[in-house]
Write a protein that binds this ligand. Structure first.
Ligand code: ZN
Length: 613
């Protein structure tokens, strides 16, 4: 059956007459397989050289620099090999030769990690004072000043050799929780079949759930949610035990590594103060009135008296608006004009020089992403452009990442170019806001305006409020496990239920949350990647404040924002964002996000009032 589907897909006429200009040019990374192989061979030689410096790093500043240079060069080379192989797979996931090349890259990656494993412990052994002396003696070591500081910070959380060896052995079991969850959720859980009002029978797995929860027919949406979360109820105990074991593991690591609790350890990886997460949670709760206002507006626009949890996902306004790529491209380029000529020029150049694979094709990887691993080449963007506004918004988003990498790579040496997620989503959500402003300027009808505004509003709910809600759930369950309290699946459901109902104003009659939907926590894979998703919420809050200032032409605002992009990974992310003018441990960015949502709702209400007459 599957085979037939693939054949059929291959014969489908492409929606677009695709030209070379619409395909990215991976030959800029490697002109041939031979060139890839030559670089892979070079890594093997470099790995031997790296291994031979083991135990010699502290001998002299020159020896120290030689080793760091070698490690940086071979890591950069490995990234380039991986960019080429993984994006070849992305172009055509069915190509066996690409898959094999990508597996070879992964094996090489394992070797790089293994061979580099001695470097950080040896730096810790050499110690802060000795390294300061090296930095003083050898000015060319200055590019490593910040990476070295990051490594040395870990001294307080590093055990003696025996302790570290023991931790490394137990580390083999680190992925038990997430592996079991992935298998359960993707392979073992028998997904229910649901018959829709159209007569169509669907199998409700995770991807079908995200598709069908938006159905216009309310009974269908309810049926979909009942069946999906009902299935998770059956597995509540098992998934609960599994998540609890992950939480216990985090708690043990925190204790062993001398942290006061799990969250401190987790955020310490990027030196983010815990106040950031606590301010996010406090401010989200302080601004729940904004979210309630959105839900009430949603109820009104959907024409339902009482909003239920299954009414969250259908679009507020239906749109048939067709935006072919030429139009979308022009809109994005015009949208980023407030970022200045250099930004527009770089984006134009990238769009004109095949940095993007634009259209969907059979076997091409779904979704969209940006790849900045080929440091010496340029960023690449994978799109599946579909002639709608969502596609245009995704182009703005992904090129926000691409331009961030472009400017960071240009300004920074390889070792401080690769910015962390804490900053990454600022650059992408900033561009989404610019695009919104651009399309609102020339929207032809009120329906169009309503569509753009509704799209932005829903994006803010999902990126800000929902991720903050997850952060509060994570904060709560980690704290309980740190205190030594047990947590069953049922207890996790109760904790989630309280938070879910508060965020949706269940007690105030805003959204009616059926207890059956409180097993939603069991569906969220991100809880196995602790304290990660909060960064989407802090990023969109930061970009709301940055955008407000840049668009108001506040003196210095644009320069500070562009400097943040150029800073790459040259400082701790919280400090870099603060230096650019946004302190994520204060209420201001969260209030800016809330104010922006309110201004969008003012506009929507004005349109609705106008059209009632
Ligand atoms: Zn992104």
């Amino acid at each position: 059956m599957k085979f037939l589907l693939i054949i059929a897909a291959a014969f489908l006429a492409p929606a677009h007459a695709e030209s070379t200009a619409d395909r990215w040019n991976l030959s800029e990374i490697y002109p041939s397989l031979a060139a890839w192989n030559a670089d892979a061979d070079k890594i093997d030689a470099q790995l031997n050289a790296l291994t031979s410096s083991k135990g010699h790093l502290g001998e002299s500043a020159a020896r120290f620099k030689q080793c760091l240079d070698l490690q940086a060069d071979l890591t950069k080379r490995y990234f380039r090999l991986k960019a080429y192989s993984s994006e070849q797979v992305a172009e055509d996931t069915g190509n066996a030769a690409s898959l094999e090349l990508d597996q070879r890259a992964d094996l090489l990656g394992n070797k790089v990690v293994e061979a580099s494993a001695f470097v950080d412990p040896e730096i810790l052994h050499i110690g802060k004072d000795h390294i300061a002396q090296f930095l003083h003696e050898e000015p060319l070591l200055s590019i490593y000043r910040f990476p070295l500081e990051k490594t040395l910070r870990m001294a307080a959380h590093t055990l003696n050799d025996e302790g570290e060896a023991l931790i490394a052995k137990f580390g083999l079991m680190d992925d038990a929780g997430v592996s079991a969850y992935t298998l359960l959720a993707n392979a073992d859980i028998p997904w229910p079949k649901v018959k829709l009002s159209t007569g169509e029978e669907i199998t409700l797995d995770a991807s079908a759930y995200t598709k069908y929860r938006q159905l216009p027919n309310r009974e269908d949406r309810k049926k979909v949610m009942d069946a999906f979360f009902g299935t998770f109820k059956t597995y509540e105990r098992t998934i609960g035990v599994n998540l609890y074991s992950q939480l216990k593991q985090n708690s043990v690591y925190a204790k062993v590594r001398n942290y006061q609790d799990s969250i401190t350890r987790s955020l310490d990886r990027n030196n983010v103060p815990v106040e950031v997460l606590d301010t996010l949670i406090a401010q989200t709760n302080a601004n729940l009135a904004t979210l309630y206002r959105y839900f009430r507006l949603r109820a009104r626009m959907l024409g339902v008296a009482q909003l239920h949890y299954y009414d969250i996902y259908p679009p507020l306004v239906h749109s048939d608006l067709k935006l072919p790529y030429d139009v979308g491209r022009k809109l994005v380029l015009e949208a980023v004009a407030p970022l200045g000529k250099d930004y527009v020029d770089a984006l134009t150049y990238g769009l004109n020089h095949r940095w993007m694979d634009t259209y969907p094709r059979p076997h091409k990887l779904s979704g969209a992403h940006m790849d900045s691993y080929a440091y010496d080449v340029h960023p690449y963007v994978l799109m599946n452009y579909n002639d709608d506004y969502e596609s245009v918004s995704t182009v703005a988003h992904e090129w926000g990442h691409a331009m961030h990498s472009y400017f960071a790579d240009k300004a920074q040496p390889f070792v401080t170019s690769n910015y962390p997620i804490f900053i990454a989503e600022i650059a992408s959500t900033f561009n989404e806001e610019l695009l919104l402003q651009r399309v609102l300027n020339t929207a032809k009808t009120d329906d169009e305006r309503l569509y753009f505004l509704g799209f932005a509003l829903e994006n803010m709910r999902a990126t800000f409020f929902r991720q903050a809600m997850f952060a509060e759930f994570e904060r709560t369950i980690h704290a309980r496990v740190d205190k030594g309290e047990p947590l069953t699946g049922e207890a996790l459901t109760n904790v989630y239920c309280d938070i879910l109902k508060r965020y949706h104003g269940d007690g105030e009659g805003v959204v009616d949350i059926d207890n059956a939907y409180c097993t939603e926590w069991a569906y969220i894979p991100h809880f196995y990647n602790s304290f990660y998703v909060y960064q989407y919420a802090t990023s969109i809050a930061a970009s709301a404040l940055f955008a407000k200032r840049v668009l108001a032409h506040e003196p210095g605002a644009l320069t500070r924002y562009l400097d943040l992009l150029k800073a790459g990974d040259s400082g701790y992310p919280y400090d870099l964002v603060k230096k650019a003018g946004v302190d994520l441990a204060t209420p201001a960015p969260y209030q800016a996000l809330s104010a922006r949502m309110n201004s969008i709702m003012d506009e929507i209400e004005a349109i609705l009032a106008r059209n009632k007459k």
